[in-house]
Design a protein around this ligand. Structure first.
Ligand code: CAA
Length: 389
């Protein structure tokens, strides 16, 4: 029985920063950021958004159009959760109006956990074909002002409904995965910024992609000619190119050209949003499906998921008839165009305005009169949210 993605939706906060402005402020060549690293703009998170609000705001794009009672489980993947004990899934379950009789849990392994959620959801639906699973992958990529990682920040969430009615794509039974203990990226419990050795991380990413691709081909008796296009986890868009370049010589020049063109489509939105950790691969998938006009139903899309530390998974989807309409509903380009561009001074002020201290009872800058879910501040050291029902 085919199981896969029925709905997929994306949300990112309404502020953005131009990477040319960032480069100029940090004394770097703009081309290093826009070409060498491959980032054009990044989403900037106001102090009234967090992984819960972004995840809820993504899922709200389709939740009202589906039968909520069919959702039996909510899997919430994040590296940047809001509490050391309580799961973001419980907040999200409430704000999305889901029934009490579900399972809801948060999953963590750097940028990889969204893929574990997807695979658990697929297995669950296979056994319970009348049930659906809501997967939310939501993160804030925060490296700090004046750090090498600053150009690779970003934020956003992808929500996916996994069911036996895969209107977007079927998740194939071809996955391969692996774990390697690596000190390339981590975030101590007392730190709100990630610590990273970016060059080591890139090497681990490339190595794991190559190792998994070798296993994938062997275990599934497939070759690169069977993959119409790729989506990648993209901390920065150049990283995906570095991975794909390793295997392109396996196919003809024409096929290499086609895969490169599709990679540019799969990089496009990530280039304008930045890293969103767990959601990054799925934004790349959305970008590919939304921007390509040459993919069609039945095409096999390869996906490479990676989380530093490190864990990776390589699998494929087969596109369903009508996937374009499902994806286009998101109107992602228009969402990105409507973001408000910040000056460097505004960006730094927003960056420093986050309410990480639970003893700070000041209200956040959450605007009134919005249907979006917002974090309004701490009260008795508990997070308070507002959402129009
Ligand atoms: N014009 C064009 N290109 C230029 C240039 C110019 N003027 N100047 C430099 N470049 C190129 C360089 O040649 C280089 O290209 P290659 O990589 O192809 O050689 C590129 O720009 C970057 O230059 P550097 O390596 O010198 O840059 P850097 O030392 O500042 O590091 C970085 C760049 C590694 C991406 C750094 O920004 C970083 O550490 N970022 C965060 C790291 C990251 O995201 N790691 C992945 C983690 S995985 C993840 O997402 C985390 C998770 O699991 C939760």
């Amino acid at each position: 029985m085919p199981v896969g993605i029925e709905e997929i939706a994306f949300y990112t906060p309404k502020f953005s920063l131009d990477m040319v402005d960032l480069a100029n402020a940090r004394g770097e060549e703009p081309d290093k950021y826009t070409i060498g690293i491959g980032q054009t703009t990044q989403s900037v998170v106001p102090n009234y958004e967090d992984v819960v609000t972004m995840g809820v705001n993504a899922a709200k794009n389709f939740i009202e159009q589906i039968d909520r009672k069919s959702i039996e489980m909510l899997l919430f993947a994040t590296e940047s959760g809001v509490d050391n004990s309580k799961s973001g899934a419980i907040f999200a379950k409430n704000f999305l109006g889901l029934k009490d009789g579900i399972r809801a849990i948060e999953l963590k392994q750097a940028c990889y956990a969204g893929t574990l959620a997807l695979m658990q959801a697929k297995d669950f639906v296979r056994i319970h074909p009348d049930k659906k699973v809501l997967v939310i992958a939501s993160d804030v990529a925060r490296y700090g002002l004046n750090t090498p990682g600053e150009v690779t920040q970003g934020a956003g969430a992808v929500a996916m409904l996994i069911s036996a009615d895969p209107k977007v794509a079927v998740i194939n039974d071809d996955t391969v995965y692996m774990v390697k203990d690596e000190p390339d990226f981590w975030r101590p419990l007392d730190s709100d910024i990630a610590l990273v050795d970016g060059h080591q991380s890139t090497d681990v990413y490339k190595e794991m992609f190559l190792a998994l691709w070798g296993r994938y081909k062997q275990e599934n008796t497939l070759s690169l000619d069977d993959i119409a296009a790729w989506g990648f986890h993209m901390p920065y868009t150049k990283m995906a190119k570095k991975a794909l370049d390793q295997i392109l010589p396996e196919v003809s020049n024409d096929q290499q050209e086609a895969l490169r063109e599709h990679l540019a489509e799969a990089q496009f939105y990530n280039r304008h949003v930045g890293n969103l950790y767990t959601g990054s691969l799925y934004l790349s998938l959305l970008s590919l499906l939304d921007r390509s006009d040459s993919l069609s139903a039945g095409d096999r899309i390869g996906l490479f998921s990676f989380g530093s530390g490190a864990e990776a998974e390589l699998f494929s989807l087969t596109l369903s008839a009508g996937f374009q309409e499902q994806v286009a509903k998101n109107r992602i380009q228009s969402m990105l165009d409507q973001r408000q561009k910040l000056s460097m001074a505004e960006y730094e002020a927003v960056f420093l305005s986050q309410h990480f201290d639970s003893k700070n009872e000041e209200k956040t800058d959450a605007p009134e009169h919005t249907r979006l879910c917002q974090f309004i501040g701490w009260q008795d050291r508990y997070r308070k949210y507002r959402i129009a029902k």
